[in-house]
Design a protein around this ligand. Structure first.
Ligand SMILES: [Zn+2]
Length: 242
């Protein structure tokens, strides 16, 4: 049975390095003895010593591996990710765009979104920000929580990287960042790994590129004349220096 997640979701749930290493294991034929069972999959990943893995078919974050990373660091390990990839591709070769890591950067294209596109983008942003929520642990495992933050951030990175450059989209980016800033400040988000913070700073760089390409974007920075953020990232949007 196919899992409820897809390759995109897997990619978004782990850091770049883990994803790449998992792809390496999958493509190197290291996933063996793969079996479907009622709630998910089990398999062995070969290496210096074999690891025994189980992964849920509904949530990539739920599963087990007897390697050091999964057991001691409580993180989603490359073996579990490799087995999850196997559950989708079943030994087929991974396409290049499926294994590619998208770059988080300004699209460089000038333009506005149509009303319809704007509606869709707002919907994507709102579903992404739902993953960035307060930590209610300890019942929830830390790595499950971290990976939820990372999934939300990856979705947002993808949306921001596709945006055309104009005051309209610059307003949208700033509004989203202010919402995240508020979540970090008052929403109980535990960003001790800096996932969300790094995303905000990355987005500020994108906003600077926006302003270089279209001076109208500077108008949307004016909101910071009246409003300060918790973390002061808006100070990088100094109108005179751009
Ligand atoms: Zn492992």
């Amino acid at each position: 049975m196919q899992p409820k997640y897809d390759l995109r979701k897997i990619k978004f749930s782990v850091d770049e390095g883990t994803f790449k290493r998992a792809v390496g294991l999958y493509e190197g034929g290291k996933v063996i003895d793969f079996e479907d069972n009622l709630r998910g999959y089990s398999a062995t990943v070969t290496g210096t010593s074999p690891y025994f893995i189980s992964v849920s078919n509904t949530d990539i974050r739920k599963g087990n591996c007897d390697c050091y990373v999964a057991q001691n660091k409580n993180e989603l390990c490359k073996h579990m990710v490799a087995v999850a990839i196997y559950s989708i591709l079943r030994g087929e070769k991974m396409k290049e765009d499926e294994s590619a890591i998208e770059e988080f950067a300004c699209s460089g294209k000038l333009g506005e979104l149509s009303n319809e596109e704007l509606f869709e983008v707002k919907k994507e942003i709102s579903s992404a920000t739902k993953f960035i929520k307060g930590y209610t642990g300890p019942s929830k495992k830390w790595f499950e929580y971290q990976s939820s933050l990372s999934e939300g951030v990856c979705m947002l990175e993808l949306v921001f990287s596709k945006l055309p450059v104009s005051k309209q989209t610059s307003d949208l980016v700033i509004k989203t960042l202010l919402k995240l800033d508020n979540k970090l400040c008052k929403g109980g988000v535990d960003d001790s790994d800096g996932t969300v913070g790094n995303f905000i700073y990355g987005s500020v760089e994108i906003l600077k590129d926006f302003a270089k390409l279209d001076k109208n974007c500077l108008k949307s920075f004016k909101i910071f004349e009246k409003q300060e953020t918790c973390f002061g990232w808006e100070k990088d949007l100094n109108l005179k220096e751009i």
